[in-house]
Design a binder for this molecule. Structure first.
Ligand SMILES: [Zn+2]
Length: 270
């Protein structure tokens, strides 16, 4: 197998005391929205590490999402506790956080590499005015932004974070390290092809191969290779299964290595 370490740029986990409630609650939300989605593991960091061992994944980025501004402190504290060579936590800022500037300074000061946003769980639109100062502060602090993009399996199809808004934010902040998830925008891939593919826009790959199949290879090959990152969205997919599916696309060895390892290493400064 590969002689390089594999990095999963998009996973989720919860504090042990929370995982047993959080996973069934999130499954129920998805079921209510008409999507039968089941977690592949129990949602604890120990479950994720076990999944990584099974899949041959060396490191995972854990993306937390503050659904209320007050959750900043507890997410930051937990992120510090679980950070290790194998676990790279991205804390979270809520769009309504009045102390976002100080909080962004603390995130950067504690050595974290980025934050995660989710426009559905956090109720905002990607390119709306109130978000711009937040992106600016993150960009200036040298932090990456992992942004849920496209529709979401558990929510009504409102255009909260579509490719047109991705273009707007990139135009506003040249050089911003905003990583779109799900190959540019989940279930909005025709727009991704028209607006994002071929441009210097960072993309993570989870929840795409299951829907796009072979078509995914064509999109990836038409995109600048240094802008693509392997991600699974574990526990909502299996890491081993997603990895096998991406390997099965028939990408060149160089592109596969960039996607599974090199690009993430460079972005994370490893
Ligand atoms: Zn996710």
């Amino acid at each position: 197998m590969a002689s390089y370490e594999i990095i999963d740029f998009h996973t989720h986990a919860f504090p042990d005391a929370l995982a047993e409630r959080a996973i069934p609650a999130l499954e129920r939300e998805a079921t209510q929205a008409g999507s039968d989605i089941k977690a592949f593991h129990g949602g604890k960091v120990s479950d994720l590490l076990h999944s990584m061992d099974e899949a041959g994944i060396e490191r995972s980025v854990i993306c937390s999402i503050a659904t209320r501004p007050e959750q900043f402190e507890s997410i930051l504290r937990w992120s510090s506790e679980i950070a290790s060579a194998r676990i790279i936590p991205f804390p979270s800022i809520h769009p309504d956080d009045r102390d976002y500037q100080e909080h962004i300074r603390r995130i950067a000061g504690e050595g974290f590499r980025g934050v995660k946003f989710h426009p559905y769980y956090q109720e905002f639109y990607l390119a709306e005015d109130r978000m711009l100062p937040v992106y600016e502060a993150l960009h200036e602090a040298g932090l990456m932004i992992v942004m849920h993009t496209g529709f979401d399996i558990a929510f009504e199809r409102i255009r909260r974070c579509d490719p047109a808004q991705v273009i707007e934010v990139y135009a506003r902040f040249p050089g911003i390290r905003l990583i779109t998830t799900h190959l540019g925008a989940w279930e909005d891939w025709q727009e991704v092809r028209e607006l994002l593919i071929g441009r210097p826009i960072y993309m993570e790959l989870s929840f795409a191969v299951e829907f796009l199949g072979e078509g995914m290879r064509e999109m990836m090959e038409a995109h600048p290779s240094e802008y693509l990152f392997f991600g699974s969205d574990s526990p909502w997919t299996g890491q081993a299964e997603t990895l096998a599916a991406v390997r099965g696309l028939g990408l060149s060895d160089d592109l596969l290595e960039a996607v599974l390892s090199g690009n993430a290493r460079r972005m994370l400064g490893l």
